[in-house]
Design a protein around this ligand. Structure first.
Ligand SMILES: *[C@@H]1O[C@H](CO)[C@@H](O)[C@H](O)[C@H]1NC(C)=O
Ligand SMILES: *[C@@H]1O[C@H](CO)[C@@H](O)[C@H](O)[C@H]1NC(C)=O
Ligand SMILES: *[C@@H]1O[C@H](CO)[C@@H](O)[C@H](O)[C@H]1NC(C)=O
Length: 482
């Protein structure tokens, strides 16, 4: 430690001791400030905070969060919550450490590097491990890990937010958005609904929710199955017979609680598909000795950042890093039993998941009239919740079209032609396609898998900027480059 660090550390200890006797929010914040993160060999302009919010005192349930200020001028930027799915997967493991967060983990599992396309370029970012049993979130009543479900998750995520805003009151007035992917296709609209109803009930806008955005999101089991089977068949990954059987046996099944017969047919499908990464069908799977899982969780696979060597095994690096005792200390992780092992996804949580409604489209129907900005995006090389699934779900809402289906272009996403000063015409690539409905915008991201920001970090940041500004996705403008 340098002298300055020692001084800061002493100051921190004194403040921390003081904070435990005081309910001053700034002191409470200081306790959570991440001071010295192992493996971070670079300096950043923004602070981060991590710790717990108790969501149920009787059982001793506490949810773990990690919050990152925006790179510049946090007070003027919106606040965005990111949730991963599973159910059972950690937002720290996926959202933060390999998708939209500023710090990603190197191959050695010990050092960090800075993600140039982090969403905290334009927003304050809050990652939440939810519910208990996920990541560092825990309960002192161990049976709680066997009784998680959608309803309690929404209730406790709301409770988390109410208390978090008390701890960070400077963000109470900020525009607040919720984002997430995969099974968070349930969590995000459900939490949004809980907030809207809470605000209505109390007659105050306690949480300044402005909108939400979900990607490759589980939305409606029937349509999600229909689109999934169609995608698997049309890409040519399964046989005609299996396609037919899946449609007969599985289409009215629950996505995460399927029948034995349906699972048998799915096994046959898996056999036909072979060893590929269903979350990103055109990229190689991680072949290291690692037991991922192929549920809705963000399982095995992984992709590097633009300009970095391709690495499908990112999840393994995080598993090493977040199990380091010094990392857990730096993040104020609750003292666990010595046998505790941090996992990217918890099988225990997944296997014991209780209520999971077959559709959240009714929640959409309610929220479409609440004035929220609602965006849905989809990476088009995902075979778990493919574009087709999401299109069927959106179509079933029967919303009027405001702006027709069209391609969108990422500014500066130049093609392979090197453009020098003499040529003003750059080659802009299609980033994906978009259609705007009354109350809902749909965006596809070309060449991205289940975790869009992992595969296409630059396109994902463009998408996020458009969402936050409430503007349509960029168009091809031949005159803008002169
Ligand atoms: C980070 O900042 C500290 C204090 O200003 C400085 O001593 C150190 O050299 C910086 N590290 C890097 C990698 O720039
Ligand atoms: C869980 O139990 C430990 C040990 O008694 C205690 O320190 C901690 O505060 C409890 N957590 C919650 C959320 O009540
Ligand atoms: C793979 O991992 C398992 C469980 O950690 C271990 O028992 C096994 O020896 C490993 N196999 C190889 C080839 O490393």
């Amino acid at each position: 430690m340098s002298t300055l660090e020692v001084v800061l550390h002493i100051f921190f200890l004194i403040s921390a001791a003081r904070a435990s006797f005081s309910s001053e929010p700034s002191d409470r914040q200081l306790l959570d400030k991440v001071l010295d993160l192992p493996g971070k060999s670079f300096n950043v302009s923004f602070a981060s905070y991590s710790g717990y919010v108790t969501t149920n005192k009787e059982s001793g349930r506490a949810l773990f969060y990690w919050f990152f200020e925006a790179v510049e001028d946090p007070s003027s930027k919106p606040l965005v919550l990111w949730l991963n799915g599973g159910p059972g997967c950690s937002s720290v493991a996926f959202g933060l450490a390999e998708e939209i967060g500023p710090f990603h983990v190197e191959k050695d599992g010990k050092s960090l590097y800075l993600n140039p396309y982090s969403w905290n370029e334009v927003a304050n970012l809050l990652f939440l491990d939810s519910p208990v049993g996920v990541g560092f979130s825990y309960s002192n009543t161990s049976s709680d890990l066997l009784s998680n479900g959608d309803k309690r998750t929404a209730v406790e995520n709301l409770e988390f937010l109410l208390q978090w805003f008390d701890r960070f009151p400077q963000y109470k007035e900020s525009d607040f958005y919720i984002t997430g992917e995969s099974y968070a296709g349930h969590y995000v609209p459900q939490l949004s609904q809980a907030i809207v109803r809470h605000n209505q009930k109390t007659g105050e806008k306690i949480i300044n929710l402005k909108g939400f955005m979900v990607g490759n999101a589980l939305t409606d089991d029937f349509h999600d199955h229909l689109g999934r089977f169609e995608f698997l068949w049309s890409v040519g990954m399964i046989s005609d017979q299996t396609f037919k059987r899946l449609n007969i046996v599985c289409d009215f099944q629950s996505f995460i609680h399927s029948s034995e017969l349906c699972e048998k047919v799915q096994d046959i499908a898996e056999e036909e598909i072979g060893d590929i990464d269903l979350y990103s069908i055109f990229t190689p799977p991680c072949t290291a000795n690692y037991s991922g899982s192929n549920h809705l969780r963000s399982g095995k696979r992984k992709f590097g950042i633009l300009g970095r060597a391709y690495d499908p095994c990112t999840e393994e690096h995080s598993t090493i890093y977040f199990n380091l005792p010094e990392v857990q200390r730096a993040l104020h992780v609750h003292d666990k039993s010595p046998s505790f092992k941090w996992e990217t996804c918890s099988d225990l949580v997944y296997d014991n998941w209780k209520d999971s409604p077959r559709s959240v489209l009714k929640v959409y129907s309610e929220l479409l009239h609440s004035g929220l900005r609602i965006w849905i995006f989809s990476g088009d090389t995902d075979a778990v919740i493919p574009v087709a699934s999401t299109r069927y779900s959106i179509d079933s809402l029967k919303l009027p079209t405001v702006s027709q289906w069209r391609a969108w272009y990422d500014d500066g996403q130049k093609g392979f032609v090197k453009v020098d000063l003499d040529y003003s015409l750059s080659v802009l690539q299609v980033g994906g396609w978009t259609q705007e409905y009354k109350g809902l915008t749909f965006v596809t991201v070309r060449g991205a898998g289940h975790e869009v920001p992992l595969h296409k970090p630059k396109l994902a940041l463009t998408l996020f900027k458009s969402f936050l500004s409430g503007k349509s996705m960029p168009k091809l403008d031949l005159h803008s480059d002169s």
